[in-house]
Write a protein that binds this ligand. Structure first.
Ligand code: SAM
Length: 251
Protein backbone atom coordinates (compact mmCIF):
# COMPACT_ATOMS: atom_id res chain seq x y z
CA UNK A 1 0.00 0.00 0.00
CA UNK A 2 1.36 3.48 -0.85
CA UNK A 3 2.53 5.51 2.15
CA UNK A 4 0.73 8.73 1.22
CA UNK A 5 -2.96 8.16 0.55
CA UNK A 6 -5.03 10.79 -1.21
CA UNK A 7 -8.46 11.32 0.24
CA UNK A 8 -9.54 13.41 -2.76
CA UNK A 9 -9.17 10.27 -4.90
CA UNK A 10 -11.18 8.09 -2.53
CA UNK A 11 -8.14 5.96 -1.74
CA UNK A 12 -9.46 3.36 0.69
CA UNK A 13 -7.49 0.27 -0.24
CA UNK A 14 -8.91 -3.19 0.12
CA UNK A 15 -6.56 -5.30 2.24
CA UNK A 16 -8.66 -8.40 2.97
CA UNK A 17 -7.42 -11.30 0.79
CA UNK A 18 -10.65 -13.24 1.18
CA UNK A 19 -12.71 -10.31 -0.18
CA UNK A 20 -10.22 -9.65 -2.98
CA UNK A 21 -10.57 -13.31 -4.03
CA UNK A 22 -14.35 -13.19 -3.73
CA UNK A 23 -14.56 -10.15 -6.03
CA UNK A 24 -12.31 -11.63 -8.70
CA UNK A 25 -14.18 -14.95 -8.50
CA UNK A 26 -17.21 -13.09 -9.91
CA UNK A 27 -15.31 -12.74 -13.17
CA UNK A 28 -15.78 -15.44 -15.78
CA UNK A 29 -12.59 -17.41 -16.49
CA UNK A 30 -12.38 -16.60 -20.19
CA UNK A 31 -10.38 -14.61 -22.70
CA UNK A 32 -12.13 -11.34 -22.06
CA UNK A 33 -11.26 -7.73 -22.69
CA UNK A 34 -11.34 -6.26 -19.19
CA UNK A 35 -11.13 -2.72 -17.78
CA UNK A 36 -10.21 -2.03 -14.17
CA UNK A 37 -10.93 1.48 -12.89
CA UNK A 38 -8.65 2.76 -10.14
CA UNK A 39 -6.29 -0.21 -9.71
CA UNK A 40 -4.47 1.62 -6.90
CA UNK A 41 -1.65 -0.60 -5.69
CA UNK A 42 -2.73 -3.53 -7.89
CA UNK A 43 -4.03 -5.99 -5.28
CA UNK A 44 -7.29 -6.62 -7.13
CA UNK A 45 -5.41 -6.42 -10.45
CA UNK A 46 -3.24 -9.38 -9.40
CA UNK A 47 -6.38 -11.49 -8.94
CA UNK A 48 -7.90 -10.32 -12.23
CA UNK A 49 -4.75 -11.45 -14.05
CA UNK A 50 -5.28 -14.97 -12.64
CA UNK A 51 -8.59 -15.02 -14.57
CA UNK A 52 -6.58 -14.86 -17.77
CA UNK A 53 -8.13 -11.88 -19.58
CA UNK A 54 -7.13 -11.48 -23.23
CA UNK A 55 -6.46 -7.81 -22.49
CA UNK A 56 -6.53 -5.81 -19.28
CA UNK A 57 -6.67 -2.01 -19.31
CA UNK A 58 -5.98 -0.15 -16.08
CA UNK A 59 -7.13 3.46 -15.74
CA UNK A 60 -5.72 5.24 -12.69
CA UNK A 61 -5.83 9.00 -12.03
CA UNK A 62 -3.00 9.17 -9.49
CA UNK A 63 0.34 9.51 -11.26
CA UNK A 64 2.20 8.50 -8.08
CA UNK A 65 0.45 5.11 -8.24
CA UNK A 66 1.04 4.79 -11.99
CA UNK A 67 4.78 4.50 -11.42
CA UNK A 68 4.30 1.47 -9.14
CA UNK A 69 1.84 -0.17 -11.55
CA UNK A 70 4.22 0.30 -14.50
CA UNK A 71 7.05 -1.22 -12.51
CA UNK A 72 4.92 -4.17 -11.40
CA UNK A 73 3.35 -5.03 -14.77
CA UNK A 74 5.91 -3.83 -17.33
CA UNK A 75 6.62 -7.40 -18.49
CA UNK A 76 2.96 -8.34 -18.96
CA UNK A 77 2.13 -7.60 -22.61
CA UNK A 78 -1.63 -8.02 -22.05
CA UNK A 79 -1.77 -5.07 -19.67
CA UNK A 80 -2.25 -1.46 -20.76
CA UNK A 81 -1.80 1.20 -18.10
CA UNK A 82 -3.41 4.60 -18.62
CA UNK A 83 -2.90 7.60 -16.37
CA UNK A 84 -6.25 9.38 -16.74
CA UNK A 85 -9.46 10.49 -15.09
CA UNK A 86 -12.13 7.88 -15.87
CA UNK A 87 -14.75 10.64 -16.05
CA UNK A 88 -12.82 12.53 -18.74
CA UNK A 89 -11.31 9.81 -20.90
CA UNK A 90 -13.17 8.67 -24.04
CA UNK A 91 -13.74 4.93 -23.97
CA UNK A 92 -13.78 3.79 -27.59
CA UNK A 93 -13.18 0.09 -27.08
CA UNK A 94 -15.71 -2.53 -26.13
CA UNK A 95 -14.88 -3.97 -22.71
CA UNK A 96 -16.63 -7.21 -21.89
CA UNK A 97 -16.08 -6.77 -18.16
CA UNK A 98 -15.49 -3.62 -16.11
CA UNK A 99 -14.36 -4.26 -12.57
CA UNK A 100 -13.59 -1.79 -9.80
CA UNK A 101 -13.46 -0.99 -6.16
CA UNK A 102 -14.77 2.45 -7.04
CA UNK A 103 -13.63 5.78 -5.61
CA UNK A 104 -16.77 6.49 -3.60
CA UNK A 105 -16.96 10.23 -4.16
CA UNK A 106 -17.60 9.74 -7.90
CA UNK A 107 -19.08 6.23 -8.00
CA UNK A 108 -22.49 7.43 -9.20
CA UNK A 109 -20.98 9.46 -12.06
CA UNK A 110 -18.82 6.52 -13.11
CA UNK A 111 -21.81 4.17 -13.12
CA UNK A 112 -23.82 6.58 -15.27
CA UNK A 113 -20.89 6.94 -17.69
CA UNK A 114 -20.54 3.15 -18.01
CA UNK A 115 -24.29 2.68 -18.48
CA UNK A 116 -24.41 5.21 -21.31
CA UNK A 117 -21.42 3.97 -23.32
CA UNK A 118 -22.17 3.24 -26.97
CA UNK A 119 -20.23 0.02 -26.67
CA UNK A 120 -21.78 -1.04 -23.40
CA UNK A 121 -19.81 -3.57 -21.36
CA UNK A 122 -21.61 -6.91 -20.87
CA UNK A 123 -20.84 -7.14 -17.17
CA UNK A 124 -19.90 -4.63 -14.48
CA UNK A 125 -18.52 -5.84 -11.17
CA UNK A 126 -18.43 -2.83 -8.89
CA UNK A 127 -18.02 -2.04 -5.22
CA UNK A 128 -19.99 0.89 -3.79
CA UNK A 129 -20.76 2.29 -0.39
CA UNK A 130 -23.53 0.16 1.05
CA UNK A 131 -26.07 2.98 1.23
CA UNK A 132 -25.64 3.83 -2.42
CA UNK A 133 -25.95 0.19 -3.45
CA UNK A 134 -29.20 0.00 -1.49
CA UNK A 135 -30.54 2.85 -3.59
CA UNK A 136 -29.60 0.92 -6.71
CA UNK A 137 -31.24 -2.26 -5.42
CA UNK A 138 -34.40 -0.62 -4.09
CA UNK A 139 -37.58 -2.13 -5.52
CA UNK A 140 -39.10 1.33 -5.79
CA UNK A 141 -37.76 3.43 -8.58
CA UNK A 142 -35.55 6.39 -7.81
CA UNK A 143 -33.59 8.81 -9.91
CA UNK A 144 -30.47 6.62 -10.20
CA UNK A 145 -31.85 3.08 -10.44
CA UNK A 146 -34.47 4.13 -13.02
CA UNK A 147 -31.68 5.01 -15.43
CA UNK A 148 -29.32 2.09 -14.79
CA UNK A 149 -32.14 -0.50 -14.93
CA UNK A 150 -32.92 0.57 -18.49
CA UNK A 151 -29.63 -1.09 -19.45
CA UNK A 152 -28.57 -3.50 -16.71
CA UNK A 153 -30.00 -6.08 -14.36
CA UNK A 154 -28.54 -5.36 -10.92
CA UNK A 155 -27.61 -8.00 -8.36
CA UNK A 156 -26.14 -7.84 -4.85
CA UNK A 157 -23.25 -10.26 -4.43
CA UNK A 158 -22.10 -9.56 -0.87
CA UNK A 159 -21.45 -6.83 1.65
CA UNK A 160 -17.97 -5.84 2.78
CA UNK A 161 -17.14 -4.57 6.27
CA UNK A 162 -15.39 -1.21 6.48
CA UNK A 163 -12.65 -3.01 8.45
CA UNK A 164 -11.47 -4.66 5.23
CA UNK A 165 -10.06 -1.32 4.01
CA UNK A 166 -7.13 0.89 4.91
CA UNK A 167 -7.67 3.61 5.89
CA UNK A 168 -10.94 2.42 7.41
CA UNK A 169 -13.82 4.37 5.84
CA UNK A 170 -16.89 5.51 7.78
CA UNK A 171 -19.30 3.02 6.23
CA UNK A 172 -19.54 -0.55 4.93
CA UNK A 173 -19.57 -1.44 1.24
CA UNK A 174 -21.33 -3.83 -1.15
CA UNK A 175 -20.25 -5.58 -4.30
CA UNK A 176 -22.83 -5.58 -7.10
CA UNK A 177 -22.85 -7.11 -10.55
CA UNK A 178 -24.65 -5.57 -13.50
CA UNK A 179 -25.59 -7.80 -16.44
CA UNK A 180 -26.55 -6.15 -19.70
CA UNK A 181 -30.23 -6.78 -20.47
CA UNK A 182 -31.07 -8.22 -23.90
CA UNK A 183 -33.21 -5.36 -25.09
CA UNK A 184 -32.37 -1.97 -23.68
CA UNK A 185 -35.46 0.02 -22.82
CA UNK A 186 -34.36 3.33 -24.30
CA UNK A 187 -32.22 4.04 -27.34
CA UNK A 188 -29.00 6.04 -27.45
CA UNK A 189 -30.87 8.89 -29.11
CA UNK A 190 -33.47 9.02 -26.33
CA UNK A 191 -31.06 8.94 -23.39
CA UNK A 192 -30.59 12.70 -22.86
CA UNK A 193 -34.31 13.39 -23.03
CA UNK A 194 -35.02 10.46 -20.71
CA UNK A 195 -32.53 11.78 -18.14
CA UNK A 196 -34.22 15.21 -18.11
CA UNK A 197 -37.66 13.59 -17.96
CA UNK A 198 -36.95 11.28 -15.03
CA UNK A 199 -35.04 14.03 -13.20
CA UNK A 200 -38.11 16.25 -13.36
CA UNK A 201 -40.34 13.40 -12.19
CA UNK A 202 -38.19 12.29 -9.27
CA UNK A 203 -37.66 15.80 -7.99
CA UNK A 204 -41.47 15.89 -7.63
CA UNK A 205 -41.89 12.31 -6.55
CA UNK A 206 -44.66 12.84 -3.99
CA UNK A 207 -46.86 14.62 -6.50
CA UNK A 208 -49.27 12.74 -8.70
CA UNK A 209 -48.45 12.36 -12.37
CA UNK A 210 -51.58 14.38 -13.16
CA UNK A 211 -49.99 17.36 -11.44
CA UNK A 212 -46.51 17.07 -12.90
CA UNK A 213 -47.59 16.33 -16.46
CA UNK A 214 -50.64 18.59 -16.68
CA UNK A 215 -49.31 20.20 -19.88
CA UNK A 216 -49.81 16.95 -21.79
CA UNK A 217 -52.91 15.16 -22.92
CA UNK A 218 -52.21 11.68 -21.59
CA UNK A 219 -55.40 10.69 -19.81
CA UNK A 220 -56.37 8.16 -22.47
CA UNK A 221 -53.03 6.39 -22.38
CA UNK A 222 -52.12 6.44 -18.70
CA UNK A 223 -53.44 6.27 -15.14
CA UNK A 224 -52.30 9.71 -14.05
CA UNK A 225 -53.47 9.29 -10.46
CA UNK A 226 -50.31 7.30 -9.72
CA UNK A 227 -47.39 8.86 -7.93
CA UNK A 228 -43.96 8.81 -9.56
CA UNK A 229 -42.50 6.72 -6.75
CA UNK A 230 -45.06 3.97 -7.38
CA UNK A 231 -44.33 3.55 -11.07
CA UNK A 232 -42.75 0.38 -12.41
CA UNK A 233 -39.83 0.80 -14.80
CA UNK A 234 -41.82 -0.30 -17.86
CA UNK A 235 -44.52 2.24 -16.94
CA UNK A 236 -41.96 5.01 -16.55
CA UNK A 237 -40.50 4.25 -19.97
CA UNK A 238 -43.96 4.02 -21.56
CA UNK A 239 -44.88 7.35 -20.00
CA UNK A 240 -41.66 8.91 -21.27
CA UNK A 241 -42.42 7.71 -24.80
CA UNK A 242 -46.00 8.97 -24.60
CA UNK A 243 -44.82 12.44 -23.47
CA UNK A 244 -42.22 12.48 -26.24
CA UNK A 245 -44.96 11.69 -28.74
CA UNK A 246 -47.19 14.46 -27.32
CA UNK A 247 -44.33 16.97 -27.62
CA UNK A 248 -43.72 15.95 -31.24
CA UNK A 249 -47.43 16.50 -31.99
CA UNK A 250 -47.42 19.96 -30.37
CA UNK A 251 -44.40 21.18 -32.40
N1 SAM B 1 -8.22 -1.02 -6.56
C1 SAM B 1 -7.66 -0.63 -5.27
C2 SAM B 1 -8.24 -1.51 -4.18
O1 SAM B 1 -9.19 -2.27 -4.48
O2 SAM B 1 -7.79 -1.46 -3.06
C3 SAM B 1 -7.94 0.85 -4.98
C4 SAM B 1 -9.39 1.24 -4.87
S1 SAM B 1 -9.62 2.87 -4.24
C5 SAM B 1 -11.20 2.74 -3.46
C6 SAM B 1 -10.05 3.85 -5.67
C7 SAM B 1 -8.93 4.00 -6.70
O3 SAM B 1 -9.43 4.79 -7.79
C8 SAM B 1 -7.68 4.71 -6.22
O4 SAM B 1 -6.55 4.06 -6.68
C9 SAM B 1 -7.78 6.13 -6.83
O5 SAM B 1 -6.55 6.76 -7.01
C10 SAM B 1 -8.49 5.81 -8.13
N2 SAM B 1 -9.26 6.95 -8.69
C11 SAM B 1 -9.91 7.93 -8.01
N3 SAM B 1 -10.53 8.77 -8.84
C12 SAM B 1 -10.27 8.31 -10.10
C13 SAM B 1 -10.64 8.77 -11.40
N4 SAM B 1 -11.39 9.86 -11.58
N5 SAM B 1 -10.18 8.07 -12.49
C14 SAM B 1 -9.42 6.97 -12.33
N6 SAM B 1 -9.05 6.49 -11.11
C15 SAM B 1 -9.46 7.15 -10.01
Amino acid sequence: MPTILKKKYGQNFLIDNNILNKISSLMPLKNLNVLEIGPGDGKLTDRIILKNPSRLTLIEIDSDLIEGLKYKYSKNKKIKIINADILKIKLHKKYEVVISNLPYNISSQILVKLSLLNLMPDTLILMFQKEFSQRLLEKKLNSINSLVKCFYEIKLNFNVSKNCFRPIPKVDSSVLTFKKIKERLITNKEVDEFILFKRNLFSNKRKSLKNILKKYDLKNTFDLNLRVENLKLEELVRLFKAVKFEISQQN
